[in-house]
Design a protein around this ligand. Structure first.
Ligand code: SF4
Length: 426
């Protein structure tokens, strides 16, 4: 979704705008400087003087006139002091008070069903799952997909599968490593299909990368849960291959999966997860779920909820279904109403939070190697091999950035969505 952000007032308002900008981009949205091209307008208002109130209202009216089709979200001091007057301004869809500002992106995402449908189910960056950073780089290893999941447009836009030569990929990783990158993520439209046009496969590529580079961390971002040979799991005996896999499920109901034309039904998925967990220690499995696919009945929805709970995931990426013209699914009748999608999405989010917490709790008391990504406004932080976020208690000038350091995990951070650990000076 294209988003235009606008603020009035103080430096704090500007800083908030910057942080929303980062969070929206992290979720896979795009920013635009032109309100007329935006699908969502977010205005951070001010109320320090009568004049500021007047200007805030004017800004809202102008935003609505510039683009009446875009959804309009308002926050800031004016919106907090007079939420009902703000809500009555023409075109305003959502008012978020200052007390909820820090969670604005999350609330907007949920309330307006903003989560973009996975254009490309195997592109972790697009799904906002793995963030690019100064320590982590994405390597595109292939393009195109031979499958035709009915909600997916990318496969039509990108055409047949094409894989990059292994040597070229290895050279790129070595170059990035020389430049200080510690972790690379293999990515593509359908990376499980890597090598189909080169008489090779994903396992062989991983083996060659591990042999031909010294990159400390190699990550497979997201791979469709099929065509993975049993030997694939043996690759993880090399500790440089990170024990985290994003295996898009999309639904826990076989009838919905059939309408989506997915290749993997629930029994096969469960077997795959069981095998993977038995072979790979500390494997963190995360997934994508689409809620409100056309015709999704209460029973099918309940099946998904039960199944997700039964399998257990470290993180859920939840998308409210939205039709993409040109896809088969866009021609399906019996759409699920927006309200039902929102309720289902909320319930699944809550389950996702509980499961994440349960996953994190199992690591309390352990010492884990963390790739430290720097000291931001929330202090030092980084990721474990299986992609659990860790907040690190350490002095601001500690020499931790871009280092892989053993951190003793003490507890869950207050936010509940990450671990909290302590750095001990050697
Ligand atoms: S496997 Fe399905 S969802 Fe994934 S890229 Fe191919 S068509 Fe799209």
């Amino acid at each position: 979704m294209r988003i235009h952000l606008k603020t009035l007032g103080c430096r704090l308002n500007e800083a908030e705008l910057e942080s929303w900008r980062r969070d929206f981009v992290g979720l896979g949205h795009q920013l635009t400087g032109n309100p007329e091209q935006a699908e969502l307008l977010v205005v951070n208002t001010c109320a320090v003087t009568e004049e500021a109130v007047r200007k805030s209202r004017k800004l809202l009216n102008r935003a609505n006139r510039a683009n009446p089709n875009a959804r309009l979200v308002v926050s800031g001091c004016y919106a907090s002091l007079d939420p009902s007057a703000t809500a009555q301004v023409e075109g305003v869809d959502l008012v978020i008070g200052n007390q909820d500002k820090e969670r604005l992106v999350e609330i907007v995402d949920r309330e307006l069903d903003l989560n973009v449908m996975p254009e490309n189910a195997t592109e972790p960056a697009a799904a906002g799952l793995l963030a690019r950073s100064r320590q982590r780089a994405f390597i595109k290893v292939q393009d195109g997909c031979r499958y035709r999941c009915t909600f997916c447009i990318v496969t039509q836009a990108r055409g047949e599968e094409r894989s990059r030569p292994q040597l070229e990929i290895i050279d790129e990783i070595n170059q990035l490593h020389d430049d200080g990158i510690q972790e690379v993520v293999l990515t593509g439209v359908h990376i499980g299909g890597y090598g189909s046009d080169r008489d090779s496969d994903l396992s062989s590529l991983i083996r060659q990368i591990l042999a031909g580079t010294d990159i400390p961390r190699l990550r497979i971002g997201s791979v469709e849960p099929w065509d993975l040979p049993e030997s694939f799991w043996d690759l993880f005996t090399d500790p440089r291959l990170m024990p985290h896999l994003h295996l898009p499920l999309q639904s826990g109901s076989n009838s919905v999966l059939r309408r989506m034309a997915r290749r993997c039904k629930t029994d096969e998925y469960a077997l795959l997860v069981e095998l993977a967990r038995s072979k790979v220690e500390d494997l963190n499995i995360t997934t994508d779920i689409i809620v409100g696919f056309p015709g999704e009945t209460n029973e099918e929805w309940q099946q998904t909820l039960d199944y997700v709970q039964r399998i257990g995931f470290g993180h859920l990426h939840i998308f409210a279904y939205s039709p993409r013209s040109g896809t088969k699914a866009a021609q399906l009748t019996d759409p699920v109403s927006r309200d039902v999608k929102r309720i289902r999405s909320d319930v699944l989010h809550q389950l996702g939070e509980v499961m994440k917490r349960q996953t994190l709790e199992t690591y309390v008391g352990r010492t884990l190697p963390v790739l430290v990504e720097g000291s931001g406004e929330n202090g030092w932080g980084g990721y474990t091999p299986n992609y659990l976020r860790v907040a690190i208690d350490a002095p601001a000038d500690a020499p931790l950035e871009n280092q892989i350091i053993d951190i003793r995990i003490k507890r869950l951070a207050d936010s509940g969505d990450r671990l909290a650990g302590e750095w001990k000076q050697p």
